[in-house]
Design a protein. Structure first.
Length: 366
């Protein structure tokens, strides 16, 4: 990949989270995105627009800030509810919903749940570290190990699981309309049924020494396949139908993996970013022929009927095909921690602790 496809813009904020805006038809915007900042006295949710000049080679144009909403506490997570509303979580234990008006280009808070997360022993506020959204339903996880279930039409939580975890919940992800996953700092991946939250349906654990799991994503077409990013720079591939540890562990980065994401349209492509300043593109299509032949051999040996395509994935055969995996460093010049990114088509945008937004175009996804 050419460095001419990479544009760096300094915006004066450390970026903890960002995401492409959502269009009314449910598709992702190609030129608007939202950022959340951290580590400042007053932090902001900001809406930005990428001008055509920024995309052109040799241009010095910067993203244009359309609107901004200021709040106390660092932004720890955020997600779009629909094209006009975004929900965020903050280090002060609160969760809020922001309205985004196309007509007036304003951002206004329309709902807020304060102090959702508290340490039981001291009653001090704990950070709300993660959220997951499914329609009007929201689950939150915090440093207190609590999970809250919210509904956007109600001002109070509809359910509270006070002892969902004995450690910090670092990420949440809906796997379907009723099922969601949580990860924690002791190396556990838990699967929950939103209709029965007394206990997790399943708890999967990293083998060996407990290492924090810091990020997760599920395969867009096969949600039983989950990828996680770990505190030691490793990424894990899990098949949650199995009652064991990850299918594969891959040495990826030299420090914490803050985000992992399957491409939403081309899930044979995976992206990761890290505290070490790197952002990697993992081209799984290079393994397809090897994975197909191995699966065929296994099916013949075990004398079982071949499963349909929906139950098989190249990511379940990474161990045998690591030598075929193509990886690309998207921003090799960067040394500042990359906390977040989002992928849309052949473009990726990421935010750093160096107060920079980095846009990468022309990624060869397929």
């Amino acid at each position: 990949m050419s460095l001419e496809s990479v544009k760096v813009s300094f915006i004066g904020q450390k970026i903890s989270k960002l995401c492409w805006c959502l269009n009314r038809d449910g598709s992702l915007s190609t030129n608007e995105f939202i950022t959340g900042s951290w580590d400042d006295k007053i932090n902001c949710l900001s809406r930005w627009k990428i001008t055509d000049d920024l995309i052109e080679e040799g241009s010095n144009a910067e993203p244009f800030m359309m609107s901004q909403y200021s709040l106390v506490g660092s932004i720890t997570d955020m997600a779009f509810v629909d094209s006009e509303k975004i929900i965020y979580s903050a280090s002060n234990g609160s969760v809020g919903v922001i309205s985004i008006s196309d007509m007036f280009e304003e951002m206004n808070q329309i709902q807020c749940w304060e102090k959702l997360h508290l340490y039981e022993s001291t009653k001090e506020t704990a950070a709300c570290s993660s959220i997951a959204v499914n329609g009007l339903n929201v689950v939150t996880g915090g440093e207190d190990g609590r999970i809250n279930v919210l509904h956007l039409d109600y001002k109070k939580p509809i359910e509270i699981i006070g002892k969902a975890d004995n450690s910090i919940i670092t990420g949440l992800k809906f796997l379907g309309s009723k099922e969601f996953a949580s990860i924690n700092t002791t190396g556990q991946l838990k699967i929950w049924d939103s209709q029965n939250l007394k206990h997790p349906v399943k708890t999967l654990t990293l083998s060996g020494n407990a290492c924090p799991i810091l990020s997760l994503d599920s395969h867009p077409n096969q949600p039983h396949i989950v990828v996680t990013g770990h505190g030691d720079g490793v990424i894990g591939i899990w098949d949650i139908r199995m009652d064991k540890s990850p299918v594969t562990l891959i040495d990826a980065h030299e420090a914490e993996v803050w985000r992992v994401q399957f491409h939403p349209l081309y899930p044979d492509n995976l992206f990761t970013c890290s505290q070490d300043g790197s952002c990697w593109f993992w081209n799984g299509t290079s393994m397809i022929s090897g994975a197909s032949s191995i699966k065929s051999m296994n099916d013949n040996v075990n004398k079982v009927e071949a499963t349909d395509a929906s139950s098989s994935s190249i990511w379940l055969y990474v161990d045998a095909n690591k030598h075929k995996m193509e990886t690309f460093s998207l921003i090799p010049f960067n040394k500042s921690a990359i906390n977040t990114f989002d992928v849309n088509g052949s473009s990726l945008i990421c935010g750093t602790d160096g107060e920079a937004i980095i846009l990468v175009n022309d990624i060869p996804v397929r």
